[in-house]
Write a protein that binds this ligand. Sequence first.
Ligand SMILES: N[C@@H](CCC(=O)N[C@@H](CS)C(=O)NCC(=O)O)C(=O)O
Length: 202
Amino acid sequence: MKLYYSPGACSLAPHIVLREAGLAFEPVLANLKAHTLADGTDYYGVSPKGYVPLLELDNGERLSEGPAIVQYIADQVPAKNLAPANGTMARYRLQEWLNFITSELHKGIGGLFNPAMPEEAKALMRAKALARLGWVNEQLEGKQYLMGDAFSVADAYLFTVVGWTKMVGIDVSPLSHLGAFTTRMAARPAVQAAMKAEGLIK
Ligand SMILES: N[C@@H](CCC(=O)N[C@@H](CS)C(=O)NCC(=O)O)C(=O)O
């Protein structure tokens, strides 16, 4: 498999999940400003949407959209329990989290990186994101991870988007359960390996 990624972008979530899964994969760096690969290939030729993450399977089929990709990876290694079994209520709970993170956090927080966004709009987005993260903080009270005591693919996604908050001026330091969660996540060997490979930590 190949994972098309950009350092620290939302592709970090499937990157972490691939390492949690212990699956072999080749990371392929995509330049999201120029929309090219290292050899100059037009990235739109690989991914018509032009964005990461993109997972290329060994049969050449390509899967986009982070929430779909992380579930696909989890389902390749059911013994690792990275996602509850399909058809169970717990699986719908996982999908509830993935959809919340992608629609209510990822796009709002990610949009703040856009230098063209007017400051007034940014202030509104920051306040909304902080309120959403405050709710996540409450959900994490008494829990190790979003789904309870065990890591799931949703945790990799939450960790990735929360990692952007400092860079876009959202202060999450009062959210103590969220803080404990990110510290716990950062200590996982798969998270450290993915962040090292992307040059985010030494
Ligand atoms: N809906 C997509 C969004 C992916 C996305 O926003 N990727 C960003 C990085 S976090 C990107 O590649 N942006 C570059 C672009 O849109 O050209 C998903 O959830 O996977």
